[in-house]
Design a protein around this ligand. Sequence first.
Ligand code: PMP
Length: 394
Amino acid sequence: MDYKPFLASRTSRMDASAIREILKVVSKPGMISLAGGIPAPESFPMSIMQDLTNQVLKKYGSTAFQYDLTEGFQPLRQALINHLENKGLLATQNEILISSGSQGGLDALGKILISKGDKIAVEAPTYLGAIQAFNPYEPEYLQMETDSNGLIPESLEQILQSEQIKFVYLVPTFQNPTGRTIPLARRQRIAELICRYDALLIEDDPYGDLRYQGDAVPSIKSLAPEHVVYMGTLSKTFAPGLRIGYILAPELIQHWLVLCKQGVDLHTSTFNQALAAEYLSGGYLQAHLPNIIRLYKPRQEAMLNALDQHFPSEFSWSRPEGGMFLWVEGPRGFDMEKLYQKAVQQNVAFVPGRFFYSQENEGLETMRLNFTMTDEQTIEKAIKILAEVTRKVL
Ligand code: PMP
């Protein structure tokens, strides 16, 4: 039987993720993967999971296994309010919704905000998962220019001046894929622009807590609270498999997000939310975060040192103060796809950067490198191999 005629027209916009195809190659035995974007399993606080589980059972009993409010488990929302207050973000319970990962939040925002043909402004490059979440709602993307300090505010202003856009989507801190962070002065300018043009901005912040050096930069949400929907997640600082994300949004938007989530999954797992509530309110996140940083910081340093030592001078790369990724740019005309094919033959994988652009034929000479999943020695070895293959392609 031909099932294609049964599919909704929106599926034509739902391509299989190219990265998923790459990750299949990566699971080959012997492959060193700098391609993934996932936290190291050693970063999960396994030693306290049993205690947290016992606490949840004792404190909440059967409540932790019952249906619950769509908005989210109340103790978790309260714990998040306290957590966000430490980052200079003031929220009420009515402004916080727990989502199934921030990915679930991106889909919900797409569903309630995007009508077919609406224009959305995104960074070039941007988080591929956001494009995948928004695509089924059939938007058009307007790319904004970036440099080593992330989004260039003038590029945003140009779009705000000339186009009617639905929202701006940004990952301002340790961006996926580039690792770049928008500095405070630019954030202030961006905040001022979205206020002036009465625009809505989605600030996706999964990596902000993974800071290995330097000082935290205020969120754009804290600079323009009424114009920003802020999204966070416990995927990188607790455990991604629990699927706990959250959205801090003005009440009207929250109202529609809740209605939307009711129809999708009623609510995120009560038990997982209760674990997360204990993790935050018991001070475990604060205690465990330094362990995660101790794990990732030397990995990032090893990658930067290896790049400095081995990579040809025609290449440049980001030097983020945190996060999970580095972004490498080759000279104009360099064929990263060719490098990818040759590197995989040598058992080293990465993601060619072009997949992170909403338009075709961009970022052809770029690549994303992940440093969280591999130990220092292996990173050094992989970068050495990549450098050798790069010289050959050059
Ligand atoms: N946003 C960005 C920028 C990400 O990099 C990721 C994870 N790769 C997510 C959202 C989704 O994370 P989660 O659903 O696990 O919270």
